[in-house]
Design a binder for this molecule. Structure first.
Ligand code: ADP
Ligand code: MG
Length: 257
């Protein structure tokens, strides 16, 4: 039997008193790639941030388990140490902190949590230099401040570089494809494919199916009004591209044409 990495059961959550998630159920096993699609405002980013432990959201009921451990109320840094990684839809800039220092601190924190070997700046530079190729990034981005003045595409590459370094168990990539031209999209998709392995799992949150031309998901979920309304295979993404989200009727049935 496949190892279950993430299990979400009947999750309800709100922010500032506004209900956003209305009973999400989701199970993700090792080795699987899941895509979460859905219209703007359906709660995709909210779900991603809640899995990562964002403190602004309040969980009203339901449960999130990682490897059978209840993480519903755990702090975000503990979740990160356990191998959850979130690539943000809108990566933040951190003025005054060099990308190299930031990446090394994140890397060493994760290694420490795994009882692994922490690296000094020189050894880390050797390691990160190899990983830069995964995302097609120039080493000059290491000396710059985190995301400061990076283009949209450069920020997205930097997120995947973090994923490559952190050896994550569950990587959630929120609209990593947005703002990328087709060449950058191919490089990043290729990078993500090389990071996928039988022991980890990847969740691709995307509005468009074009990323899924390059990374084939095992499951495609459609989120609407804070719920996962329908789950299908890779073919579902193509149908959505043609028909839009009206594909699902009011009783949550897929309307096939
Ligand atoms: P998606 O990523 O699917 O586009 P989001 O998860 O970003 O959707 O947002 C889901 C809904 O929650 C939207 O209606 C959005 O306006 C609302 N929302 C998100 N964050 C907040 C917030 N801080 N305060 C109020 N409403 C919010
Ligand atoms: Mg979003």
């Amino acid at each position: 039997m496949k190892e279950t990495i993430l299990k979400i059961t009947n999750l309800h959550a709100e922010i500032n008193g506004i209900k956003i998630l209305n009973g999400v159920n989701l199970e993700i096993n090792a080795g699987e790639v899941h895509a979460i699609m859905g219209p703007n405002g359906s709660g995709k980013s909210t779900l991603a941030k809640i899995i990562a432990g964002h403190p602004a959201y309040e969980i009203i009921s339901g449960q999130i388990e990682l490897y059978d451990q209840d993480i519903t109320t755990m702090d975000p840094e503990i979740r990160a140490h356990l191998g959850i990684f979130l690539a943000f839809q809108y990566p933040i800039e951190i003025p005054g902190v060099s990308n190299a220092d930031f990446l090394r601190l994140a890397y060493n924190a994760r290694k420490k949590a795994m009882n692994g070997e922490e690296l000094d700046p020189l050894s880390f530079f050797e390691l990160v230099s190899k990983k830069l190729d995964v995302v097609g990034m120039d080493s000059k981005f290491l000396a710059r401040n985190v995301n400061e003045g990076f283009s949209g595409g450069e920020k997205k590459r930097n997120e995947i570089l973090q994923m490559a370094l952190l050896d994550t168990n569950l990587a959630i990539l929120d609209e990593t494809d947005s703002g990328l031209d087709i060449d950058a999209l191919k490089v990043i998709a290729n990078g993500i494919n090389t990071l996928a392995h039988p022991k980890n799992s990847i969740v691709l949150i995307t509005h468009y199916q074009r990323l899924l031309n390059y990374i084939k998901p095992d499951f495609v979920h459609i989120m609407q009004a804070g719920e996962i309304k329908y789950t299908g295979d890779a073919e579902l993404a193509h149908k959505l591209e043609e028909s839009g989200y009206e594909l699902i009727d009011s009783s949550n049935e897929l309307i096939l044409n």
